[in-house]
Design a protein around this ligand. Sequence first.
Ligand SMILES: *Cc1c(COP(=O)(O)O)cnc(C)c1O
Length: 221
Amino acid sequence: MVNVKLFNDIRKTLNEKGVKLIAVSKTKPLEDIDSLYNEGQRVFGENRVQELSAKYEALPKDIEWHLIGHLQTNKVKYISPFISLIHSVDSLSLLSEINRQALKNNRVIDCLLQFHIAVEETKFGLNLEEAAEILGSEAFKKMQNIRIVGVMGMASFTENIELVRSEFKNLKNIFDTLKTQFFQSEASFCEISMGMSGDYAIAVEEGSTMVRIGSLLFGER
Ligand SMILES: *Cc1c(COP(=O)(O)O)cnc(C)c1O
């Protein structure tokens, strides 16, 4: 069930801090998205291409759609005409396909580099060295139709608040390092996507600029 009151409370708190709210609507029906749309929310996040495309088709076109889940190269073409931000870029080959599809659609697609900051093995993402290699490559420098606007990461799924905090600090450090090394003169490199239902308050304390909140707003999945 959609918690409209909690949504408005969270939005107000985040607004005051200048942090963007991505409402993560994965697995939830169109009516639930409508409920928050009617409250004024325009940014929604999904983690699967097929579901995202279906929801894009069905819902108002002033919604900004973010892809937050792992993206396979062969699926980029389905979202490239309309996607606002891809949070989950973790390879040069994926970046190059996004660039190719963006060019076909005559647009520039904004992306975040996803970093592996958690202790869990299964999560996708780069480390700093791999990111530096991508950003320093000739192939990357030639890409005209993508824009890297920041970084994204998921903290460990744990009750250990200090561990979560240290992982968010790590992502903030990665952002600062990349900013200095590669994006000094680019004001558009400014986003740190971190924080979910269970840990967004800590993420905001540690410098998050956009939080991705699902179950707290829409109920358990
Ligand atoms: C599902 C998901 C979220 C939202 O998770 P909640 O715990 O429901 O807030 C955020 N980020 C990513 C990458 C997700 O897959």
